[in-house]
Design a protein around this ligand. Sequence first.
Ligand SMILES: *Cc1c(COP(=O)(O)O)cnc(C)c1O
Length: 425
Amino acid sequence: MSDKPHGFDTRQIHAGTMPDPATGARQVPIYQTTAYQFRDADHAAALFNLQEVGYIYSRLTNPTVGALQARVAELEGGAGAVCCSSGHAAQIMSLFPLMMPGCNIVASTRLYGGTLTQFTQTFKRFGWSATLVDFDDLDAVRDAIDGNTRAIFCETIANPGGYITDLPEIAKIADNAGIPLIVDNTTATPYLCNPIEHGATLVVHSLTKYMTGNGTVTGGAVVDSGKFDWSASDKFPSLSQPEPAYHGLNFHEVFGPAAFTFHGIAIGLRDLGMTMNPQGAHYTLMGIETLSLRMQKHVANAQKVAEWLEVDPRIAEVTYPGLKSSPYHDRIAKVVPKGPGALFTIRLKGGYEACTKTVSEMKLFSHVANLGDARSLVIHPASTTHRQLSEAEQIKAGAAPDILRLSIGIEDADDIIADLNQALV
Ligand SMILES: *Cc1c(COP(=O)(O)O)cnc(C)c1O
């Protein structure tokens, strides 16, 4: 074996896994067990003191979930990862070690709808808040940071309108403020972008989407770059000071670059319990084996479909960044050089009525509240996910009444186009 680091296609199959030491099983077994037998009383005590790393109870660690954690960490270029029960759980897990009541985050206005609700509504119950700003206005991002800000949060490619965040510029702002940048990389995946290379501290994923790739699993992950100095200020006492919830252990001092990951397992999973199940982890491991192949096809199909739609007389606008008409086209080379994903919106000249009629006429596209599936998906946000908002709010959220969101699958591009052609009005 040479020392040359393996390429992405090799790592997506091999990283984090090996033949099962007990049986030689070549594929990662589903360790469907709640608990693990201790060798003896000393072994048990060492595990509980975090003096030895091992398995105690599957709310904290499980070998199948552990293999997925190692694979996701390696694909993102991180020091470690914690998997959890959903993408939304991952967001809470990423913030939990950083936040206290009274703390805030500065987040992009362009985020997954469910994330906006979590940040603006549910955060209040924890005494947290989110200041939402336009991430194209770098001064506004800088100005929104105050003494209680503990993180900056954005998405690489923001759902739904084909927006690409200028990650290196945002990372500089976080760096100057001495706070971590958290990037939701769900819609790009580590194949199209490694936010850590652009300066992100933490990367969160909904594994539910492209990573698993077939709409079978709900899961999430938090990847830590291992590069942030938690002890540089007094802002992050959970990581840099004796942790009362773990016999006064100082995570940063003891675990160094693995501090955030250990905290996520020993405190986050232990006390919040947002654990991923081993069967889900197994499905996601299977999905990731073909991630690069699927993403290449997703991107190629999205480009073809977007180009076809852009010149169709029934369409008023297509927001795919792969089109030269997109204001974010120039950011592709900098942030997502292998392609800008497969998610975009279209605006129909026929308005709300045309949107609902088109959705009902589609045969190949599935009308579902999901994205990142092998099959093509469509949703009309104004009559579904964004239904509770006023029309003005819908427009602001990129979910105006005349907009459809498409998640382009990996079927034959000609069949996807034919379905759109017969359904559009
Ligand atoms: C789906 C999604 C989430 C939430 O993930 P769940 O697994 O559904 O909890 C967060 N961010 C983005 C960008 C998503 O697409």
